[in-house]
Design a protein around this ligand. Structure first.
Ligand code: FPP
Length: 256
């Protein structure tokens, strides 16, 4: 009897000790992916949501501690109303569909950005899912929604100023930790690897503070096609890099 050929798992050969702790993804190219096939842009977002599922599962399987996805930027509000509404519906569908999986896999859902700008029904679902998964200890999945890095830094500065004005904080004592503690990402590890799909070589106002020492991985692949094999390539590239944090290779006992 002809045996079914077994698909190889592209993630299986990765060295687990060389994986990033915190991965951030700028999920770009949904629209172009759909257009290249003569389809509506929304179809690209739908397939992109499928890539989100695959990436979340893969990262959890590999033991990644934190995954942060740029799902909707502050600037994205300027898109056609129908596309914004479709994205919000897609997010709602994702939350409903993935809730049980998140609970089963010990994934805690988190959100960063101006969440108050989201439609009420989306916000409610988001709050509920975050509350339901709040005991998840194995991975934190952060969705950046109505997010902007400058906006995040500005609100942190505002909070520092308010604390100083209230006499709770001596301005002279303000250091990096004080600012980091007032970012949306307080408590999350620093970003180790930032991935951007679709060939664009920009940061687009994503996690400006948090990527100070991140490694960057850019791929021409559109996000709807970014699945296990592509993720494995990104992680392998990360594992092959030498992170020096400003020190010399000799100091760190590595080559170069
Ligand atoms: C960028 O592609 C992508 C977005 C603005 C939205 C990202 C949303 C998803 C991946 C799906 C839903 C998310 C979740 C969490 C379920 P683009 O539209 O800018 O593509 P283009 O540059 O080719 O036009």
């Amino acid at each position: 009897m002809a045996s079914k050929s077994k698909k190889t798992d592209p993630l299986a050969s990765l060295d687990r000790s060389a994986l990033p702790r915190h991965v951030a993804v700028i999920m770009d190219g949904n629209g172009r992916w759909a257009k290249s096939k003569g389809w509506r842009r929304v179809r690209g977002h739908e397939e992109g949501a499928e890539s989100v599922r695959v990436i979340v599962r893969s990262c959890r399987k590999l033991g990644i501690d934190a995954l942060t996805l740029y799902a909707f930027s502050e600037e994205n509000w300027a898109r056609p109303k129908a596309e914004v509404e479709a994205l919000m519906r897609l997010l709602g569908r994702f939350l409903k569909k993935e809730r049980q999986e998140m609970l089963d896999q010990g994934i805690r859902l988190n959100a960063i950005g101006s969440i108050e700008r989201l439609p009420k029904s989306t916000r409610k679902l988001l709050d509920q899912t975050m509350a339901d998964t709040s005991q998840g200890k194995d991975m934190v999945l952060t969705l950046a929604l109505s997010y902007g890095g400058r906006q995040e830094l500005t609100q942190a500065a505002r909070r520092l100023a308010a604390d100083a004005a209230a006499g709770k904080l001596d301005p002279e004592s303000i250091g990096e930790d004080a600012l980091a503690a007032r970012l949306y990402t307080a408590g999350l590890p620093e970003v180790d690897l930032m991935i951007r799909t679709s060939g664009e070589l920009r940061v687009s106002n994503f996690l400006l503070w948090q990527i100070a020492y991140a490694e960057f991985y850019f791929t021409d692949t559109f996000f709807p096609d970014f699945r296990e094999a592509e993720l494995a390539r990104a992680f392998q590239a990360y594992a092959d890099r030498e992170r020096r944090f400003g020190q010399t290779g000799d100091q760190l006992g590595v080559s170069g």
